[in-house]
Design a protein. Structure first.
Length: 134
């Protein structure tokens, strides 16, 4: 959609140049009393043209930034889903919970280590994502 708007803006540029040339001709042909009015109108036209181009640029920049953030989010989500798949496989392949306290403690320690590694990654990704929005 923005590309179509840019094409329309670019299509108007030659017409704007023709208006400028006509205004220059008009200024040369009209009396001194009318020159300020023509110049004022041309200044207003130029100001509106600049505002339009700036609005397009800002919208394009915002869209590009949003697309980058969406891509980063999707990459993070993909990594999270990969982790979940690995964690599910680990849980499926674990030995049954031990009956003696030492075995249970060892199994819990192994789970905690694995969970902490992924928690650090998740917090890092979340922190980077949140920084993008500030």
């Amino acid at each position: 959609m923005l590309q179509a708007i840019k094409e329309e803006i670019d299509a108007v540029a030659p017409e704007l140049e023709m208006v400028r040339q006509s205004a220059d001709d008009l200024i040369r042909m009209c009396g001194e009393a009318d020159k300020p009015e023509v110049e004022k109108n041309m200044d207003e036209l130029q100001s509106n043209w600049d505002a339009l181009n700036n609005a397009y640029k800002n919208a394009n920049d915002a869209l590009t930034e949003s697309a980058d953030l969406a891509r980063q989010f999707q990459e993070g989500l993909d990594r999270m889903n990969d982790y979940i798949d690995v964690a599910e496989d680990q849980l499926d392949n674990m030995q049954p919970v031990g009956s003696d306290p030492e075995t249970v403690k060892q199994q819990l320690d192994e789970l905690r280590v694995s969970a902490r590694l992924h928690e650090v990654k998740i917090n890092y990704l979340h922190g980077n994502y949140m920084l993008q929005w500030k």
